[in-house]
Write a protein that binds this ligand. Structure first.
Ligand code: C2E
Ligand code: CA
Ligand code: CA
Length: 633
C-alpha cells in the first residue's frame, strides 16, 4: 500500500468517528470539545498529507508546500497537547487549571508553533526546494513540544494509574508509543509515512471504548444517563468542590402507570424531566430511574438550593396536562451536600439507593436529618469501625451474671459482644449487629466471640465459681452456614471443654426459620450436647409446635415483655398461667431486664427460674465478672 492509501483510510476512519459522535446526543463539555478537536485534526492531517504528495507531483509553489508542512507539524503538536488535556480532564475539572498552570502548559505549544511559523522565512529547520524537502539538524526542535506533552501524559497516567480507567492508560501508552515510533521513522526517512493512519486508529479506540456512551443523554427525557452520575460525583469529590445532589422522585409511579396508562405516564415524565432540566445546565440533570431524577448543583454557582427545592416541588406537585387529560402528580425531594452530609462516593450511592426505595409518611421536601442521613454517614463509620475491630480482633466479651430465684446463686452468665472504637467510642451491639448481619461480617464476629468464650471457659474453673454454663448469642445467619458445625467442632477440639458448659441463644424469630440447614444445625447442636435457649421470647412469632420439637432448655422472656407485664397488673395472672404451661412442657424460664427488687419479687413469685438484669449487675468485663461471682458465692 502506498502512503496515499493509508491516508485515505485514516481520513475515512476519522470521518466515521466524527459523524457517529455528532449524531449522538451528548453533553457538550470541555472533554467533548477536546475529543472533537482531536478528531478534526486526524481528519485534517491526512488531507494535508495528500495535498503535499499532490503538490510534489504537480509542482506546487514553494510557499504552498511550506504551508502544508508547517500546518502538518502544528496539528501533530496540538494533538499531543489535546491528549494530555483529555487525560487531565478524566480526573480533574477544568476549573482547577490555575492561570500559571495554563501558561506553563501552553508555553511549549506556543514556542513550537512560533518556531514553525518563523521557519517559513528562516528555513532553519526545513526547507522545500525544487529538489524536495531538505532538513537540518534543527528540525529536531519540531518534536520537542509533542514529545514533552506525550512525556507529561505518560507521567500523569503512571502517577494516577490507580484512579484512571484502564482504557485511558492503554490509550496513552499506545498513543505515545506509536508517536514515538513515527517520530523516529520520520527522522530517518523523508516521507510523512503512516503517522496519520495510526492517529486515526487511536481516535477510533477512544471513540469505541470511552466515548461510546460517555455522557449519552437519555433518548426519551434528554437528561444524562444515570451511569455517569457516579463519575461526576467522584470527580467533584476528587477536586474537593462543594456541591449538592438534589434528588426528585415522582411519587406513586406504579399507581400513575396503572391508572393513566404507561404511555401517558412516560409523556408526563418527559415533561417533568424538561422542567427539572430548566433549572440547571445540560449535563447536571440526571435520569436515575424511570421516576427519579438527580441534579448536581455546585455551591460556587451560589444557587439557593432550599429555594430550588421549593420551586421544584411546587412545579411538580400539581395537575399536569398530558394528551388533553389531567394527571395528578406529586413527588419527594431531598438534598444532600458534599462535604456536609456525605464525604465519599459510597455515602452518595447508599443515599441514592435509600432515596429510591424509602417510604415516607408525607410527600414534599425531606430534610437530610429527617431522612436519617446523619445515620447513613454514621453507618459507614460504624462499618469501618467493625472492619478495624475485626482486623485487630478487638471485639470484647462482657458477661452478665444470671441468678436463680430459688437461692439467689449466680449459676450462669450471658456473653455479650462489646465494640469500643478509638474514633467513635462505644458502639452498642443493637447498632452494629444488624449491620453485620446485613453484610455477612456477623459470621466472623460470631466466631471471634465463640473463641473468646471458649478461652474463658478453658482458663477458669467454672465449677469452683458455681457457674454451670455460659450463654452465647447465635445469629440466624450463623446457623444457616454449612461450615457452622464443623467450625464449632474444631473449636471444641482445640479448647477441650465440656459441651454442656455452652448454651446457645437463638432468637424467637429465628426459631421459626424453615431452611433445612437451619433445623439440621440446631438438631446437631442438640445431639452434640450443647444447651439451647430461645431468646427474646415475646417479640417474635414462636409457635408451640416448633418450641416443642426444638427441645429448648431455656426460654428467655424478653425485657420488654417483662416490663409491660410488670406495668399492667391485669396481665399478672395470665403471665403466671403462661409460665406454668412452659414449666409443664419442661422448659426453664429466664426473665431478662430485671431492674428492681419489686420486679424480682414478682417474677420469683410467678415462677421464673432465673433472673438476668441490671438489678443484679450490668454486663461486666471478664475479670470484674470473676470478682463479682467470687464475692457472691
Ligand atoms: P439480648 O440477647 O436480648 O441481650 C440482652 C440485652 O439486654 C443486652 O444488651 C443487655 O445489656 C441488656 N440488658 C440486660 N439487663 C438489662 C436491664 O436490666 N435493663 C435493660 N434495659 N437492658 C438490660 P446489649 O449488650 O446491648 O445487646 C443487645 C443485643 O445485641 C442482644 O440482645 C443481642 O441480640 C445482640 N448481641 C449482643 N452480643 C451479641 C453477640 O455476641 N452475637 C450476636 N449475634 N448478637 C449479640
Ligand atoms: Ca441474648
Ligand atoms: Ca434477649
Amino acid at each position: 500500500m502506498s502512503i496515499l492509501e493509508f491516508d485515505i483510510a485514516a481520513l475515512i476512519i476519522s470521518l466515521i468517528v466524527l459523524v457517529n459522535y455528532e449524531r449522538k446526543k451528548h453533553v457538550r463539555d470541555g472533554l467533548s470539545a477536546i475529543f472533537v478537536t482531536m478528531t478534526i485534526i486526524t481528519i485534517v492531517l491526512p488531507i494535508l498529507d495528500v495535498l503535499y504528495e499532490a503538490g510534489a507531483y504537480f509542482q506546487f509553489s514553494r510557499g504552498t508546500m511550506m504551508g502544508f508542512l508547517t500546518l502538518y507539524y502544528i496539528g501533530m503538536e496540538t494533538i499531543a497537547l489535546c491528549l494530555f488535556l483529555y487525560l487531565f480532564g478524566q480526573l480533574r475539572l477544568r476549573d482547577n487549571l490555575t492561570l500559571p498552570f495554563r501558561i506553563a502548559l501552553s508555553l511549549p505549544h506556543f514556542f513550537g508553533v512560533a518556531i514553525l511559523i518563523a521557519n517559513q522565512w528562516t528555513c532553519q529547520m526545513f526547507n522545500y526546494t525544487e529538489d524536495g524537502l531538505e532538513r537540518t539538524l534543527f528540525s529536531l526542535f519540531i518534536y520537542v513540544a509533542p514529545a514533552l506533552y506525550l512525556g507529561i501524559s505518560v507521567g500523569y497516567a503512571l502517577i494516577h494509574r490507580h484512579e484512571l480507567k484502564l482504557v485511558y492508560k492503554v490509550l496513552v501508552y499506545f498513543f505515545s508509543g506509536i508517536n514515538l515510533f513515527a517520530i523516529i521513522v520520520q527522522l530517518l526517512t523523508d516521507d510523512l509515512l503512516i503517522h496519520c493512519f495510526t492517529l486515526s486508529i487511536c481516535i477510533l479506540i477512544l471513540f469505541l471504548n470511552a466515548y461510546k456512551d460517555r455522557n449519552l443523554l437519555d433518548n426519551w427525557t434528554g437528561l444524562v444517563n444515570k451511569v455517569h452520575l457516579p463519575d461526576h460525583i467522584k470527580k467533584l469529590i476528587h477536586n474537593k468542590i462543594p456541591f449538592s445532589l438534589i434528588m426528585v422522585r415522582i411519587a406513586d409511579y406504579s399507581m400513575l402507570s396503572s391508572s393513566y396508562g404507561v404511555d401517558n405516564t412516560e409523556l408526563l415524565i418527559a415533561q417533568i424531566a424538561e422542567f427539572v432540566q430548566s433549572f440547571v445546565p445540560v449535563g447536571d440533570a440526571y435520569q436515575i430511574t424511570n421516576n427519579c431524577f438527580g441534579i448536581i448543583v455546585k455551591h460556587k454557582r451560589k444557587t439557593d438550593t432550599a429555594e430550588l427545592q421549593k420551586k421544584l416541588y411546587e412545579g411538580i406537585d400539581r395537575v399536569w396536562n398530558v394528551n388533553s387529560m389531567e394527571m395528578v402528580c406529586t413527588c419527594f425531594i431531598s438534598e444532600v451536600a458534599y462535604p456536609l452530609h456525605c464525604e465519599d462516593e459510597k455515602s452518595f450511592r447508599s443515599y441514592m439507593l435509600y432515596f429510591q426505595k424509602m417510604r415516607h409518611k408525607r410527600y414534599g421536601i425531606i430534610s437530610a436529618t429527617e431522612f436519617g442521613l446523619k445515620n447513613k454517614v454514621r453507618e459507614r463509620q460504624v462499618e469501618l469501625a467493625m472492619t478495624r475491630a475485626m482486623k485487630n480482633r478487638s471485639f470484647e466479651v462482657h458477661y452478665q451474671p444470671i441468678c436463680t430465684t430459688a437461692d439467689q446463686n449466680f449459676v450462669s452468665a450471658e456473653a455479650l459482644v462489646r465494640l469500643k472504637d478509638q474514633q467513635l467510642g462505644y458502639i452498642p451491639p443493637m447498632e452494629f449487629i444488624p449491620m453485620a448481619e446485613e453484610n455477612g461480617t456477623i459470621i466472623a464476629i460470631g466466631n471471634i466471640m465463640l473463641e473468646k468464650v471458649c478461652q474463658f471457659i478453658a482458663s477458669h474453673d467454672l465449677e469452683a465459681m458455681g457457674i454451670s454454663y455460659i450463654e452465647v448469642n447465635l445469629s440466624t445467619i450463623q446457623c444457616l452456614q454449612r461450615t457452622f458445625i464443623p467450625d464449632l467442632e474444631r473449636l471444641m477440639e482445640k479448647y477441650q471443654i465440656d459441651y454442656r458448659k455452652l448454651c446457645f441463644e437463638i432468637t424467637e424469630t429465628a426459631s421459626n426459620c424453615e431452611p433445612k440447614i437451619f433445623t439440621e444445625n440446631l438438631r446437631k447442636l442438640r445431639e452434640m450436647g450443647f444447651l439451647l435457649a430461645l431468646d427474646d421470647y415475646g417479640t417474635g412469632y414462636a409457635n408451640l409446635q416448633r418450641l416443642i420439637t426444638t427441645e429448648f432448655d431455656l426460654i428467655k422472656f424478653d425485657k420488654y415483655m417483662i416490663q409491660t407485664t410488670w406495668d399492667k397488673e391485669e396481665f399478672h395472672e395470665t403471665f403466671q398461667k403462661l409460665l406454668k404451661m412452659f414449666h409443664s412442657l419442661g422448659f426453664h424460664i429466664v426473665a431478662e431486664g430485671v431492674e428492681n427488687l419489686e420486679q424480682y419479687n414478682f417474677l420469683k413469685e410467678v415462677g421464673c427460674d432465673y433472673i438476668q438484669g441490671y438489678y443484679f449487675s450490668r454486663p461486666l468485663p471478664e475479670d470484674e465478672f470473676v470478682d463479682f461471682v467470687e464475692r457472691h458465692k
